[in-house]
Design a protein around this ligand. Structure first.
Ligand SMILES: *[C@@H]1O[C@H](CO)[C@@H](O)[C@H](O)[C@H]1NC(C)=O
Ligand SMILES: *[C@@H]1O[C@H](CO)[C@@H](O)[C@H](O)[C@H]1NC(C)=O
Ligand SMILES: *[C@@H]1O[C@H](CO)[C@@H](O)[C@H](O)[C@H]1NC(C)=O
Ligand SMILES: *[C@@H]1O[C@H](CO)[C@@H](O)[C@H](O)[C@H]1NC(C)=O
Ligand SMILES: *[C@@H]1O[C@H](CO)[C@@H](O)[C@H](O)[C@H]1NC(C)=O
Ligand SMILES: *[C@@H]1O[C@H](CO)[C@@H](O)[C@H](O)[C@H]1NC(C)=O
Ligand SMILES: *[C@@H]1O[C@H](CO)[C@@H](O)[C@H](O)[C@H]1NC(C)=O
Ligand SMILES: *[C@@H]1O[C@H](CO)[C@@H](O)[C@H](O)[C@H]1NC(C)=O
Ligand SMILES: *[C@@H]1O[C@H](CO)[C@@H](O)[C@H](O)[C@H]1NC(C)=O
Ligand SMILES: *[C@@H]1O[C@H](CO)[C@@H](O)[C@H](O)[C@H]1NC(C)=O
Ligand SMILES: *[C@@H]1O[C@H](CO)[C@@H](O)[C@H](O)[C@H]1NC(C)=O
Ligand SMILES: *[C@@H]1O[C@H](CO)[C@@H](O)[C@H](O)[C@H]1NC(C)=O
Length: 378
């Protein structure tokens, strides 16, 4: 009897535990409890939440990184808000883009809260954040009185603006073009954008065609690569055969061919790179608003521009910072596990395959530190 009573008492304690108690009681989370005590005390209590809790190793690495001690309270607060998911997620069995408590403001322009990209991984899940940072959950959910806690091996990175993200991904031709045409501020001022960004090789192949275009024509072309659909279009929002209106006015069409995803004739190389005001999908062709009827032709290297002529160097890149290391984006992603379900019917929600993030290799913790330091300048 005594034993049974004791067990019951412990169980009810566990159910009623506050977040602070959970953190304080978990040997992996003591550093976070120290660092984030005041923040955690001020978390809203309406609606269940999921707290992504970086472990002691992650906090230690954060604190010893350059700039960590001069990180402003605003940035720390935004970073921690980004680690709180709206809703009670004990597991995440499907690729999903989950709203966080990082609400629109200085650090995000995504209605309903900046998203984190959850990818199931061997019964648990990984979380992709800004600059394709890959943080992985260790162990199962720990309940507290307003939801659950998951232990993370790395901090998430707050998604950065299109310029910073573009440079980190070595998309310097697109970044240069946006800068030369003065579109940076216009884009940064809008919420919920979807950017289809051609890589440097794509710009190089049609550099000759671009060379003689007026700024007005170039602006039309760039605006054809951006969609403002009221919400960012993540891979789970783009169905096979669906059309979306670009900022330029012309439509873009998404199609799925085998394990590849295409926007008009351009193949998606890397999907779902979260940015401050939406999402970037990296593509391998420059899209042409005068040729919106072009279809994917996987057998040829057809361009959407007639008589394509290449440039002798990568267009628009003078004055754009050269990335010291880049996120690996160029490898063609292959099907991954059970996520590669067919979507050719146009009704399924996720195609997997090209919709998975590329391996992030070189970024690791550097992304967070770069991110934290850069966020301070926003
Ligand atoms: C958690 O810590 C609190 C004190 O902070 C303690 O009262 C409680 O018994 C602990 N719970 C568990 C399950 O260890
Ligand atoms: C930040 O401050 C902590 C505690 O004072 C110290 O241990 C750490 O080395 C500092 N980090 C840097 C990068 O100076
Ligand atoms: C999640 O994936 C499972 C299979 O892994 C599938 O049965 C289920 O319908 C999916 N749920 C959603 C909401 O897509
Ligand atoms: C998957 O998880 C199981 C147990 O949860 C573990 O034994 C196995 O090593 C894991 N596989 C990989 C590839 O991490
Ligand atoms: C996962 O958690 C266990 C303790 O629960 C710890 O020993 C291990 O080092 C953690 N792994 C990583 C990669 O953080
Ligand atoms: C969170 O979900 C778990 C599993 O479904 C449930 O046991 C728990 O009561 C939920 N917590 C809250 C605060 O809703
Ligand atoms: C970035 O792209 C340029 C040209 O497309 C290439 O020459 C350079 O090696 C790339 N840099 C990195 C770090 O991958
Ligand atoms: C661009 O203009 C230059 C000189 O003005 C000309 O030599 C070249 O053929 C033009 N290129 C294209 C693709 O029209
Ligand atoms: C463009 O796409 C929208 C849906 O996003 C659709 O309503 C409209 O009819 C399309 N326009 C053309 C010309 O296909
Ligand atoms: C679109 O591009 C394709 C492939 O280069 C070409 O065959 C077609 O004629 C172009 N259509 C228009 C309207 O320019
Ligand atoms: C993310 O990191 C986890 C753990 O290190 C790893 O198992 C997984 O393959 C990574 N995902 C990608 C897409 O690189
Ligand atoms: C993007 O962010 C960087 C670093 O925070 C900043 O220097 C730059 O001005 C920002 N660009 C725009 C267009 O907001």
């Amino acid at each position: 009897m005594k034993f049974a009573a004791l067990t019951l008492a412990l169980a009810s304690t566990a159910l009623g535990q506050s977040l602070q108690e959970v953190l304080a009681n978990n040997t992996q989370l003591s550093q976070l409890a120290n660092l984030a005590g005041p923040f955690l005390n001020s978390l809203p209590t309406t609606g269940a939440i999921t707290v992504l809790a970086p472990n002691n190793a992650a906090v230690g690495a954060f604190l010893s990184s350059p700039g960590a001690n001069s990180t402003s309270q605003d940035v720390v607060s935004a970073l921690l808000s980004y680690h709180v998911l709206q809703g009670n997620y004990t597991t995440i069995p499907n690729v999903s883009f989950i709203p966080t408590n990082l609400q629109p403001g200085a650090f995000a322009g995504v209605t309903g809260g900046q998203r984190v990209h959850a990818v199931p991984n061997n019964g648990s899940f990984s979380l992709f954040s800004g600059l394709l940072q890959n943080s992985t959950v260790n162990g199962s959910a720990i309940p507290f009185n307003n939801g659950v806690v998951h232990v993370l091996n790395q901090f998430l990175t707050i998604p950065q603006n299109i310029t910073t993200t573009g440079v980190a991904l070595n998309l310097t031709s697109a970044v240069g073009a946006i800068g030369q045409l003065g579109l940076g501020q216009t884009l940064a001022g809008q919420s919920d954008l979807t950017y289809f960004i051609p890589n440097n090789a794509a710009f190089e192949r049609i550099g000759g065609n671009l060379a003689n275009l007026s700024s007005a024509d170039l602006t039309q072309i760039l605006q054809y690569h951006v969609v403002a659909a009221g919400q960012p279009l993540y891979s789970t929002n783009l169905m096979n055969g669906s059309s979306v209106r670009s900022l330029q006015g012309g439509n873009l069409t998404a199609r799925i061919v085998g394990s590849d995803v295409f926007i008009n004739n351009a193949r998606v190389l890397t999907a779902n790179v979260l940015v401050a005001n939406g999402v970037v999908h990296v593509i391998d062709r420059v899209l042409n608003p005068s040729n919106s009827t072009i279809v994917p032709n996987t057998a040829t290297t057809a361009e959407a521009f007639p008589s394509a002529t290449s440039a002798s160097n990568v267009p628009f890149t003078s004055g754009v910072p050269t990335p010291t290391s880049t996120i690996a984006t160029q490898s063609a992603p292959g099907p991954q596990g059970s996520q590669s379900s067919a979507t050719s019917g146009g009704s399924s929600s996720s195609s997997g395959a090209a919709w998975q993030p590329a391996a992030t290799g070189a970024m690791g913790m550097g992304a967070l530190f770069g991110g934290a330091a850069l966020v301070m300048n926003m």
